[in-house]
Design a protein around this ligand. Sequence first.
Ligand SMILES: Cc1ncc(COP(=O)(O)O)c(C=O)c1O
Length: 320
Amino acid sequence: MLRQFRARVAAETGAAPSTGELLAGRFAEIAGSLTVCCATDGNHGRSVAWGARTFGLPCVIYLHEQVSAGREAAIVRLGAEVRRVGGTYDDSVHRAAGDAAKNGWTVVSDTSYEGYRQIPRDVMAGYAVMAAEALAQWGAAPPPSHVFLQAGVGGLAAAVCGYLWQTLGAARPRVVVVEPETAACLFASAAEGKAATIGGDLDTVMAGLAAGETSLVAWDLLRHGADDFMTLPDASAPLAMRLLAAGVDGDPPLVAGESAVAGLAALICVRRRPALAAALDLDAESRVLLFSTEGDTDPVLYRELVGRTADEVRAATSDS
Ligand SMILES: Cc1ncc(COP(=O)(O)O)c(C=O)c1O
């Protein structure tokens, strides 16, 4: 959002403004003319709405019919206009692109498609910060041997994979991409050897991962950088959420949402199946990196699946 806004101000005034100037509202008139939009399963659109509010940009977010009321409410609270679209996430991506072309809006999407690649690259650069922070915390210990990465369109997985590859080179971990079995477009891409699109209603409790069209930029990276592709049944997500909420092996409890736990759920699944563990070179010596990519982004659903609210889970943290 910052890059888009700065570029627009630079184009209109002839000078690139500082971030501070953009945040201070000095270019409110230009901000008002830069409408940003995107489609979302709930999380990316929420961050776009937050960024738009931060800089005072008008914002329109497209939600497909399966996005929960709780996720919609969170976006509305950030001041964005929400438009509901029939069909799947992919249908909402097409609608956002079409409306943006008609109205002269800027799509700020985490997925990329033919003719639209640069902004998703910036979004992916943002995701790579997670990997940078993880490696900084990892310190001097031998680097991770495996990383399990949950994927929707693949942007997040590709960004983390790319960062680890760039930073660790040949010592980079084995990259396992994890998707819900009903929305496994990257699994299909690996099978077909090209960025694939899958059909169906893509319905999954891991709502953030409910995508059927592979991001082209993500696939460019993952086709070389990912080692394995896995799918997961829906039932595995709530189990992993409850495990983290209870606190694992004396670790403090962790609030992690349905899509956040896909990597952990996949790891548990592999550890329980010796043949699969052997195929992935996973054993008791492995050092596995996982990312929890959301908290209770839908608080009502979180409570339904875990049996407690996020606050109750966190309160147990401070008691222990
Ligand atoms: C919580 C969560 N984790 C992971 C992802 C995967 O991101 P991507 O669609 O870039 O693969 C998403 C996507 O929105 C998400 O919401």
